[in-house]
Design a protein around this ligand. Structure first.
Ligand SMILES: Nc1nc2c(ncn2[C@@H]2O[C@H](COP(=O)(O)O[C@H]3[C@@H](O)[C@H](n4cnc5c(=O)[nH]c(N)nc54)O[C@@H]3COP(=O)(O)O)[C@@H](O)[C@H]2O)c(=O)[nH]1
Length: 726
């Protein structure tokens, strides 16, 4: 082989090695002269999508998507001529027209002879470029978010501001630039608060986000409340990098606090209203219960009232009928309750009624009903009794318990009761009948002297009927002139002379004959007729005085009884004055007898009435003295002239030393008060001796004279009684 051949062989080898090298590298390589591609490696053709050798001899224009790109591609040749390496990134075009990002490196083969051409390396950087663009896009997006976020956003690293948006900086009074690389201590009001804020990092380390509200410091020193929500960028090192969303919630918080305050106030208000409503409801319930209770109970004693009694009685009757049993209705009325009530006052009367109620309730069985149906009237319902004896036994127990003295407000009271008993079925089958019949039986017990019990008997209803008739008749008695007066003399014991008479009313009943006051005065009191009867008596007395005067009799006073109801009339003194004026009788000739009990009612009013009567010149006597309750202080103040000792003390004066002592005590009291003292009901010489010995200056009674017609009075007026009244 010649030298030339060997030289050619070596060139061939070198060419093959070059080609292999060119084909193996991952970048496209092209040799260009005057913008004509002379040779390229396979990778270059692949990048642009051409077949092998397809580009050889073609203009580089095909590598550009447009002329503009091609023109731009020609720009670096000046630099190449200076021997520099040119590099750029540019969008180029594949054979199929698609474009891609390419990185180009170019260098002249010989800078001194640029016409020899240049070598270009092409690298397809589409993927990287796309990634870069994506990252750039993300960054732009992020920046846009940061810039436009309404909340503050800050990136911290080691609690130092790395990046923040404008909102965050403005929130604290800074620009974002001012805050870059600032430690976060500046935004906390104190070291302690700043240290406290570090406690969040363990939370972030768990991958949890953290949110809390805390006060941050504005540049001007004011505090604002912010809600901070943080999350670690890398949860393994939360303190290193974290991102925080910060919202100014000062106004929200103020609004919330205001709202909370208003909610608290409203809640308190509601609670208060609720409480008030509950209280009102409870009160209303109490009132309703009370109304219900009052509808069925007596307010004073708390016992069932008439309504509840009737209800229970109806039920008990139904049961008794079904079980073929007996029951008893007991009507109980306290004896002389009115006297106690009037003389000691209503508070004592009320306390007495309560005491009586308690005592009765204390002795009856469970299942019995004790009720108060009015004033001093109680009804006891005893269901399931076996016999009349059992009812009598209960009545006995009631009387026994009432017999024990009651101590009330400093008084020791002895009360008794009259009890009427009606039995089912023998005395009635309805509540009304049983009650009515027990009531009649009670009246019978009263008539029988009080402090006892009586079983109903049919006759009692007849008596009640008669009482009704009597009431009717009494209404007509005045018009029919059926009333008349008897007079009983009052004797001065020392002189044996009549010193006055007492006018006593009588009723000549057309069928029953003469009826004494005991048979109708109480009825007249109850019905109110007593006022008209009383006026008639006074006029009749005046007329009779004038008649006696006309007959030439020496003048003497005539006593007229005033019942409690008459005396209690508001203008009684004026009314009496009018009658005296009308008739022309001197007031000194009229004596008014008022019972002790009647006087001790409404004592101040009594005092006024007595004073007016006294000033008018009338003489005043306290009748039936000793059986009521007198207040000595009032007795002293009442302008009375005379005490008339009740005949009950005179009756047994000879046999009962106590009565003698009482009469003597009353006489002494009367003398001390400078009052005349009259013993009433003197029937015997023994009684006369006794009352005289006791100190009574005057006496009245059958021993001297029974009450007589007016025509007999002149003889009595002129008569002289000896010391023993013979
Ligand atoms: N408001 C009015 N009351 C009147 C009037 N007239 C009478 N009365 C009151 O009736 C009560 C009974 O009166 P009377 O049945 O007339 O009885 C009087 C005397 O007959 C009776 N008396 C008198 N002496 C004796 C006696 O020795 N023994 C005895 N057993 N009875 C006697 O006493 C009655 C008079 O009592 P007093 O009035 O207390 O002086 C009678 O109490 C009157 O209150 C009237 O017009 N209005």
């Amino acid at each position: 082989m010649s030298v030339r051949d060997r030289h050619d062989d070596a060139l061939h080898v070198l060419a093959r090695e070059n080609q292999t090298l060119l084909d193996t590298v991952l970048v496209g390589i092209v040799f260009v002269r005057e913008r004509i591609m002379l040779r390229c490696n396979r990778r270059f053709e692949e990048i642009f999508g051409y077949a092998p050798n397809e580009l050889d001899g073609r203009s580089t224009r095909v590598l550009y998507p447009d002329d503009e790109g091609f023109d731009y591609g020609g720009s670096p040749y000046g630099a190449l001529a200076k021997g520099l390496t040119h590099q750029r990134e540019q969008i180029l075009a594949r054979k199929d027209g698609s474009t891609f990002w390419c990185r180009l490196y170019g260098r002249a083969m010989d800078a001194a002879q640029p016409q020899l051409g240049s070598v270009w390396l092409f690298e397809d950087v589409s993927e990287r470029k796309a990634e870069e663009l994506a990252v750039r896009g993300l960054l732009l997006e992020q920046q846009a978010i940061l810039d436009n976020a309404s909340a503050g956003i800050v990136f911290l690293k080691d609690r130092v501001v790395q990046r923040c948006n404008r909102r965050f900086a403005e929130m604290l009074g800074y620009t974002p630039e001012e805050l870059l690389q600032c430690g976060t201590r500046f935004m906390y009001p104190s070291d302690a608060a700043w240290r406290e804020a570090a406690h969040v990092y363990p939370v972030l380390a768990r991958g949890e986000s953290h949110a809390r509200e805390e006060p941050l410091l504005h540049r001007d020193g004011t505090q604002l409340w912010c809600r901070l929500t943080g999350r670690a960028v890398d949860r393994a090192h939360p303190e290193l990098e974290s991102v925080w969303l910060i919202e100014d919630v000062t106004e929200q918080r103020a609004a919330r606090e205001d709202l909370e305050l208003r909610v608290r106030e409203r809640t308190a208000e509601l609670a208060h209203t609720n409480q008030r409503l509950l209280a009102e409801m409870a009160e209303r319930e109490q009132v309703e219960n009370r109304v219900r209770h009052l509808a069925n109970h007596d307010e004073l004693t708390g016992l069932p009232n008439r309504r509840l009694l009737l209800d229970r009685l109806a039920q008990a009757l139904a049961l008794a009928r079904r079980a073929n049993e007996q029951l008893a209705v007991m009507f109980l009325d306290l004896d002389r309750f009115k006297t106690i009530n009037d003389s000691l006052g209503h508070p004592v009367g009320d306390a007495l009624l309560r005491g009586v109620a308690q005592r009765i309730v204390g002795i009856v069985r469970e299942g019995d009903t004790v009720s108060r149906i009015g004033g001093d009237e109680f009804v006891i319902l005893l269901p399931r009794i076996e016999s009349e004896t059992q009812a009598a036994f209960v009545a006995g127990k009631v009387m026994e318990t009432l017999a024990q003295p009651l101590r009330l407000e400093g008084h020791e009271l002895h009360v008794t009761a009259s009890i009427g008993i009606a039995l089912f079925p023998s005395d009635g089958e309805t509540p009304e009948t049983l009650l009515r019949n027990a009531d009649s039986a009670m009246y019978h017990a009263k008539d029988a002297g009080r402090d006892n019990h009586q079983f109903f008997a049919a006759q009692m209803n007849v008596t009640a009927q008669q009482r009704l008739e009597l009431e009717n008749d009494l209404h007509h008695a005045l018009q029919r002139a059926e009333l008349f007066l008897h007079y009983q003399p009052r004797i001065d014991l020392a002189r044996g002379r009549m010193v006055g008479v007492e006018a006593l009313l009588r009723w000549l009943h057309p069928r029953r004959g003469v009826i004494h006051p005991g048979g109708f005065i109480a009825l007249a009191e109850e019905t109110g007729l007593i006022v008209r009867l009383g006026e008639w008596v006074l006029r009749e007395v005046c007329r009779q005085i004038l008649e006696w005067q006309r007959q030439g009799l020496p003048a003497f006073p005539v006593a007229v009884n005033l019942s409690p109801r008459q005396f209690g009339q508001r203008h009684i003194a004026e009314r009496i004055g009018e009658i005296l004026l009308e008739t022309g009788v001197s007031s000194s000739l009229i004596e008014l007898e008022i019972t002790e009990t009647s006087l001790m009612q409404h004592t101040e009013q009594t005092l006024g009435t007595l004073s007016r009567l006294h000033k008018m010149g009338l003489r005043l006597a306290i009748d039936d003295f000793g059986i009521g309750y007198s207040s000595l202080s009032y007795l002293k103040r009442f302008p009375v002239d005379q005490l008339k000792i009740d005949q009950s003390f005179v009756r047994d004066i000879g046999v009962d030393p106590t009565n003698a002592a009482i009469v003597a005590a009353i006489a002494t009291l009367a003398h001390n008060l400078k009052l005349a003292v009259v013993a009433e009901g003197v029937e015997t010489h023994e009684q006369l001796d006794a009352v005289r010995t006791a100190g009574c200056g005057q006496a009245q009674g059958f021993l001297f004279s029974r009450p007589v017609g007016a025509e007999h009075v002149p003889a009595l007026a002129l008569r002289r009684w000896s010391a023993d009244a013979r």
